[in-house]
Design a binder for this molecule. Structure first.
Ligand code: SF4
Length: 371
């Protein structure tokens, strides 16, 4: 029996998406003693684990990296004072419902507030899930489109949410066509977890809905552990790529999930094998009750430096921090270049100075080699 057969057997154990803590306990995915606490957590932050992902969890492994991402934990009851309900400042940059316009040439369009699975570390955990805001109303959608239409600087629209691939292919086709009809919108990027959470949703109809003539469509896949890229997930990705849709990845650096060089290496290699270019590795955001899943920035930098020595440039994501409050993303990876002369000023920038450059083994060299 191969891994695909075992995955199929495990999937059959889970007929439907697990949404209640009592179901998690019944399936052996959470301890019975935690039930009351998990119910408190679930009343605030949505729970959903699709059969595809539930089948990947080893219930006998208390530190299973898939379970850590989706099974609620009592640790979520501890909220750190640095954490916030809107950690990356979406609200401050939302001129009309559904739009977050933070950078000059691009904006987010949040069409739905539901996802196939709910990640325990989600930075929008206060905004997503059943009972939170639902899909944009027709009027709100029309206002959002009008905002995009009247801002000619918008070159790229990023569909996020919630997960835009939770929409029906018919609705999605309409949205894609509405956006592509706006002359200055040249790129439509879709952020999704659906190809790993529920690969069967990436049907021929869904792929067809994503194809538009007048704009280039990119899909960014969110996955954090190589095990998420199952045979079926890889087939779903292949359907998108075969249709001519380029893909990039985004992952979150998570303690106990992928905070080792080996786990990151395996994940990044898996993306590239699937024809997905690693794009972002996000430092964990300060979402409420998520401290147990965050690493330190120093640890993230150490991992990135180690990754550089081990895997091809194709497999290197950019390690980024979303600055709390809405100031946007900043690259926070290790610094390989230091000036010999720390007093170099803008005025001197036209003249070459001398630098210390660190190679992938950690050895320091001078550039230029001789003064
Ligand atoms: S899929 Fe994205 S929006 Fe949905 S819960 Fe996970 S991180 Fe949050």
């Amino acid at each position: 029996m191969d891994a695909g057969d075992i995955g199929q057997m495990n999937r059959m154990k889970f007929a439907t998406t697990l949404r209640e803590p009592s179901e998690l306990v019944a399936q052996g995915l959470a301890p019975p003693a935690d039930l009351a606490d998990l119910e408190r957590i679930a009343s605030r932050y949505a729970v959903a684990i699709t059969p595809e992902l539930a089948a990947l969890i080893d219930p006998n492994d208390p530190s299973d990296p898939i379970a850590r991402q989706f099974v609620p934990s009592r640790d979520e009851l501890s909220v750190d004072k640095s954490e916030s309900a809107d950690p990356i400042g979406d609200h401050a940059f939302s001129p009309v419902p559904g739009i977050v316009h933070r950078y000059p040439d691009r904006l987010l369009l949040k069409l739905v507030h539901v996802c196939a699975v709910y990640c325990r570390f989600c930075f929008r955990r206060e905004m997503v899930g059943p009972g939170k805001d639902s899909a944009l109303s027709e009027d709100a959608y029309a206002s959002a489109l009008n905002y995009i239409r009247t801002h000619p600087e918008i070159w790229e629209v990023i569909l996020t949410g919630g997960d835009p691939l939770m929409l029906s292919p018919r609705r999605l086709a309409q949205v894609m066509s509405d956006l592509a009809a706006i002359d200055h919108v040249r790129i439509i990027r879709i952020h999704t977890r659906v190809p790993v959470a529920d690969p069967s949703r990436i049907s021929e109809d869904m792929v067809r809905a994503l194809k538009v003539d007048r704009a280039t469509v990119w899909v960014a896949l969110h996955a954090n552990h190589a095990r998420e890229l199952t045979v079926r997930a890889r087939e779903a990705v292949a359907r998108l790529v075969a249709a001519g849709i380029p893909m990039v990845s985004q992952s979150v650096l998570l303690r106990g999930v992928n905070d080792s060089v080996a786990a990151l290496e395996e994940l990044m290699r898996a993306f590239v094998e699937c024809r997905i270019k690693p794009y972002y590795l996000h430092h964990g955001d300060l979402a409420p009750g998520t401290a147990h899943l965050r690493t330190t920035l120093v640890h993230g930098q150490t991992l990135m430096a180690a990754l550089r020595g081990r895997v091809s440039g194709l497999c290197q994501p950019q390690y980024v921090l979303d600055i709390p409050g809405g100031a946007g993303k900043a690259p926070v990876g290790p610094n390989y270049l230091r000036s010999e002369n720390s007093s170099v000023t803008e005025r001197d920038a036209g003249q070459e100075t001398r630098y210390r450059v660190t190679d992938y083994c950690g050895e320091v060299h001078f550039y230029p080699p001789r003064p």
